[in-house]
Design a protein around this ligand. Structure first.
Ligand code: ZN
Length: 366
């Protein structure tokens, strides 16, 4: 079983091809200087006098990356990358990295009224200075057959002196009571109340203790950040106050948990996620967990799903809360929000610094 939003993908090899298209307008046209699959071999983007440019290129095989150097960016710079695929069926994806090769923004589907699932759009105000920043162009990790390769063009622009969005604290509600979830991405479903007995008869007397210990694990995972943690055993926030909800209960044969979205920089204060507590039955672990170990495992997955709701993607590091590649025994460890290599499902190069992103989205603990 895996955790989170994503299914695994199989990589296929194919051939390499370079396409250079003619430019138009006043923006310089940049073509990838292949191979440019790494930060070290990235192609420099030369901006015109209006700080705009156009990139044209081709994703020519499964796993092909085009890495470009955007140069220096400072807080308040508004970076826009408009990627389209005229005459091509490529499902293009964009990822922006800072100087330390840490992901700061990504987009796979343009969404919105224009709604294309093939094109991508980034409109992002830089939070921290870096020289250089990078953009990586590839096919989506979720590209359907026939949309893995093809040409793309990207219009880039940088405008200065925008207000830098400040971090805003977030309230998280752990919902142990069950009930109906109705979400655009999770669908409509009913979650059973949290119950130790429903996980395994050996925990039949431990429901209250498990809830307390799960809460303590989530609290500890978020202790450095501006998160207010509540449970349905406590008074709810006053009417009108926004909070995101993580439901704990029920069973899912395919996953331990699922989040409504990867909400980059936490633009939505009212997201939902589900942690299927009954999926944590003893046989998924090498040894039968103690109550404390079981609570650690469930609490780590609660923090993982909350991490998605606060803008975090998957990484590959079994001590990282956002890890998604390791077996269930790894949840029994004291995982934390840490810097780790991005999951290859997201991008096969680059890092994610979870603490940096959480500090920029929700801020440090008050
Ligand atoms: Zn996940």
């Amino acid at each position: 079983m895996k955790i989170g939003l994503y299914a695994s993908r199989t990589l296929r090899a194919a051939t390499l091809l370079l396409v250079v298209l003619a430019g138009c307008g006043t923006s310089p046209v940049i073509a990838p200087d292949e191979p440019n699959d790494s930060f070290a071999s990235a192609t420099a983007v030369e901006f015109g006098p209006t700080r705009s440019a156009r990139i044209t290129g081709t994703v020519d095989r499964q796993g092909d990356l085009d890495v470009f150097i955007l140069g220096a960016l400072t807080p308040g710079d508004r970076l826009r990358l408009d990627a389209s695929t005229p005459g091509s069926t490529l499902d293009v994806t964009l990822a922006v990295f800072d100087t330390q090769q840490r992901l700061v923004y990504e987009n796979d589907d343009r969404g919105g009224e224009q709604g294309s699932l093939l094109d991508s759009y980034v409109d992002f105000i830089i939070r921290h200075a870096g020289n250089p920043y990078y953009v990586v162009v590839s096919h989506s990790a979720f590209a359907a057959s026939g949309t893995v390769t093809g040409s793309y063009q990207i219009n880039l622009s940088v405008e200065s002196d925008f207000d830098v969005p400040g971090p805003v604290g977030q309230t998280l509600l752990l919902d142990f009571d069950g009930g109906s979830v109705d979400s655009p991405t999770l669908g409509r479903t009913t979650i059973d109340p949290f119950s130790g007995r429903a996980i395994s008869p050996i925990y039949r007397s431990d429901t209250t203790l498990l809830k307390e210990l799960i809460r303590a694990t989530v609290q500890q995972n978020f202790e450095r950040f501006n998160v207010t943690l509540l449970t349905t055993d406590e008074p709810l926030p006053p009417n009108g106050e926004e909070y995101s909800t993580i439901f704990l209960g029920g069973y899912n044969s395919r996953t331990f948990g699922i989040a409504e979205q990867v909400d980059l920089y936490n633009t939505d204060f009212c997201d939902d996620a589900i942690v299927y507590s009954e999926s944590f039955s003893p046989p998924v672990f090498s040894n039968v967990p103690t109550v404390e170990q079981l609570a650690e495992a469930i609490g780590n997955i609660v923090a993982h799903e909350a991490g998605h709701l606060l803008g975090l993607n998957h990484v590959e590091d079994e001590l990282a809360i956002m890890d998604a590649a390791s077996p269930a025994d790894t949840f029994l460890q004291d995982q934390e929000f840490k810097e780790a290599p991005l999951s290859s499902d997201i991008m096969p190069i680059g890092m994610q610094d979870a603490a940096m992103l959480l500090n920029e989205a929700i801020g440090p603990s008050q």
